[in-house]
Design a protein around this ligand. Structure first.
Ligand code: SF4
Length: 294
């Protein structure tokens, strides 16, 4: 028999999963539980009990890249709300980099991409969409930010990064000495995933060619990936965020810097200092001087 988690524990677990997801950690293992340690006389044999219903957060193994044993049991219910914690899947090979578009023609070229997307039903995310979120900013920007996907505010307005996380991103851009209108902002997926979950690989891979086309048109000198999902799909490889930060990568002719997603920074403001260090790398690559501290 399964025991439901109390709401507070369940919420704590979900938050913890989000925290790990934002760090790019998606693989978890479960330690065997010593039955003698449980105080619940009715508790079933842990070897036969589903994880979600019977284990305190402390019993869930730390996320690991090298784990001792891998849990192949069905996904527990609290993780079902976070499909980001799903099995690894392959990445579609990126398309060839398109020919450069003259600066004067970039707005029209972006409009062509938007027209191609149309009233898109290519992946399941269209079902819950209110407004498709294409992009925002200067088609000739030197700096481009790439996020994961629209949230509720973005879905309502049809623009990327317009909620609380968007306000923080605006502040980050201002700290770099730029205005939002001077950069270009887009997401891996153009439609809001239900419940703000991470896009499934099939959804992200379906939408990704549009992002690559946007990058090819804008031709930013520097790309900033906001969070693990953006970094994963831009680089075509799943790696922990910690291993990607602090370095300059190369994607479609642009230099790529990886940092935390603003939504993660809202949940853990202590990491803003780290994000600022990442943005300073981007500024160095662009030859910019900071106007103020983040
Ligand atoms: Fe189409 Fe992308 Fe929206 Fe999926 S997320 S429906 S591929 S625009």
């Amino acid at each position: 028999m399964t025991r439901p988690l109390d709401p507070a524990t369940r919420e704590a677990l979900v938050e913890r999963m989000r925290f790990y997801r934002d760090l790019g950690l998606t693989d978890f293992y479960r330690r065997p539980v010593d039955a003698a340690l449980t105080t619940d006389a009715d508790a079933p044999d842990p070897a036969s009990e589903p994880l979600a219903s019977s284990h305190h957060p402390a019993e869930v193994g730390a996320p690991g890249l090298a784990s001792e044993t891998w849990d192949s049991s069905p996904q527990p219910s609290f993780l079902a709300e976070e499909p980001a914690i799903s099995a690894r899947k392959g990445f579609s090979p990126p398309p060839q980099i398109a020919a450069a578009v003259p600066a004067a023609g970039r707005a029209a070229a972006l409009q062509l991409i938007r027209d191609d997307i149309g009233d898109c039903t290519r992946c399941a995310l269209h079902q819950g969409r209110n407004k498709l979120v294409f992009a925002d900013g200067d088609p000739n920007a030197r700096l481009m930010f790439v996020g994961e996907g629209p949230g509720a505010d973005e879905d309502a307005q049809g623009l990327p990064f317009v909620g609380r996380a968007g306000q923080l991103l605006n502040n980050m851009i201002a700290a770099m000495g730029l205005r939002r209108e001077q950069v270009f902002i887009a997401n891996v997926v153009k439609c809001r995933p239900p419940g703000n979950r991470t896009p499934e690989p099939e959804e992200a891979n379906t939408c990704l060619p549009f992002l690559f086309r946007q990058i090819d048109v804008v031709r930013p000198e520097v790309l900033v990936a906001l969070g693990a999902t953006a970094a994963t799909y831009l680089l075509g490889a799943r790696q922990p965020l910690a291993g990607l930060r602090g370095r300059v990568h190369s994607v479609r002719g642009a230099r790529l810097i990886v940092t935390y997603h603003p939504a993660y920074l809202l949940r853990d403001p202590r990491q803003k200092k780290e994000a600022w260090a990442d943005l300073q790398i981007a500024m160095r690559e662009l030859g910019l001087e900071p106007s103020s501290r983040a």
